[in-house]
Design a protein around this ligand. Structure first.
Ligand code: URA
Length: 280
C-alpha cells in the first residue's frame, strides 16, 4: 500500500517503508480514509495564565498548560508556544495535520499580541517597527502594528506577526529600546480570545474550526455568514468554557466561568488596557 502511494501522513503521501507515525498525533489515511485515529478529535482554546509552562510535562514540576485541561482525556499538545510570562490564546489539539499547518510559514497565520512596553513610543519608532527590525536570527516585520494607548511612562501596542520564533515579540521590542512589561496573545488567525477567563478553556465551535481549517487550506473558505446562517437554521453557540482548576499558590480565579471575566471597560488587564479606540 505504501509503495503504491495509497498511505498519507498529515496529508503528505509517504513512499518510504518504515516511515514512523504516531496514530495519536498524526492523521494517517489510506486511500483518503482516516485509519488508527481512535481518539475523538479535540481542538481546544485555552487562556494561558502567567507563570504556566507551555508543555505537557515539566521536568522541574512547574504548572503546565496540560494540567489546566481537567476532564480532557485525549492526548492533546500545544500548537506553538507562549513564554512562561506571556498570557493569552493557546491552542491544544490532537490533530497533527492541523497543528503542522498552523506552524508552517506557508500559511502565514497571524498571531496578534497586546504588549505593554517601557517608555513612550514616538512616530519614528512606530515607523521602524512597521518597516521591520533586524534580529540576530533574521528580520521580523509585523503584518500590522499600532499604538493602543500611550501612558506617561509606558505604551500599549497591538501587533501581528505571522511567525513563531522564540521570544520574537520580546526581542523585537528589546531591539527598539522598549522592553516588554506585559505580553498577551489575543488572536490566532481567525480565532479571538474574547472573554475567555485566564485558566479557562473550551473546544472550538464548528464555525471556528471551519474558519481555522480554511485559513490553512484544509477546506474551502466558508460561505459568508448570512448565507450560511440561512442554510443552517437556528442553532446553539458552541461549547461553554470550562472552569479552570484551582491553581496552587496562585490567586483563585473568579467570575462566571470560574476565571476572571472579560475586562471591565477602561480597566487594564494582561490582555490590554480595555476597549480599543477606533482606527483613525
Ligand atoms: N513572542 C514572545 O516574545 N513571547 C511569546 O510568548 C510569544 C511571542
Amino acid at each position: 500500500m505504501i509503495l503504491a502511494g495509497r498511505v498519507a501522513v498529515n496529508g503528505e503521501v509517504v513512499r518510504a517503508l518504515g516511515t514512523k507515525a504516531d496514530p495519536a498525533r498524526d492523521v494517517i489515511t489510506v486511500d483518503g480514509e482516516r485509519v488508527g485515529g481512535a481518539q475523538q478529535r479535540r481542538v481546544i482554546m485555552l487562556h494561558k495564565p502567567r507563570g504556566v509552562v507551555t508543555t505537557v510535562h515539566d521536568p522541574e514540576g512547574r504548572e503546565t498548560v496540560r494540567g489546566l485541561l481537567a476532564g480532557v482525556d485525549e492526548r492533546v499538545y500545544p500548537v506553538g508556544r507562549l513564554d512562561v510570562q506571556t498570557t493569552g490564546l493557546l491552542l491544544l489539539t490532537n490533530d497533527g495535520a492541523l497543528a503542522a499547518r498552523l506552524g508552517h510559514p506557508r500559511w502565514a497565520i497571524d498571531r496578534v499580541y497586546r504588549a505593554k512596553v517601557d517608555g513612550r513610543f514616538d512616530e519614528a519608532t512606530l515607523t521602524r517597527l512597521r518597516r521591520g527590525v533586524r534580529l540576530p536570527d533574521g528580520k521580523v516585520r509585523p503584518s500590522s502594528a499600532r499604538v493602543v494607548r500611550q501612558l506617561p511612562t509606558k505604551t500599549w501596542l497591538e501587533l501581528a506577526v505571522h511567525e513563531g520564533r522564540r521570544h520574537i515579540v520580546r526581542r523585537l521590542f528589546e531591539a527598539l529600546g522598549h522592553p516588554v512589561d506585559k505580553l498577551a496573545r489575543v488572536a490566532l488567525g481567525p480565532l479571538h480570545l474574547g472573554g475567555l477567563a485566564p485558566g479557562a478553556w473550551r473546544d472550538l465551535t464548528p464555525q471556528e474550526l471551519e474558519r481555522l481549517e480554511a485559513a490553512v487550506g484544509l477546506r474551502p473558505a466558508p460561505r459568508p455568514r448570512a448565507a450560511a446562517a440561512v442554510a443552517r437554521g437556528p442553532r446553539g453557540r458552541g461549547t461553554p468554557p470550562r472552569t479552570p482548576p484551582p491553581r496552587p499558590g496562585g490567586p483563585r480565579p473568579r467570575g462566571r466561568h470560574g476565571g476572571r471575566s472579560a475586562s471591565p471597560a477602561g480597566r487594564e488587564t494582561a490582555a490590554g488596557p480595555g476597549p480599543r479606540p477606533r482606527r483613525p
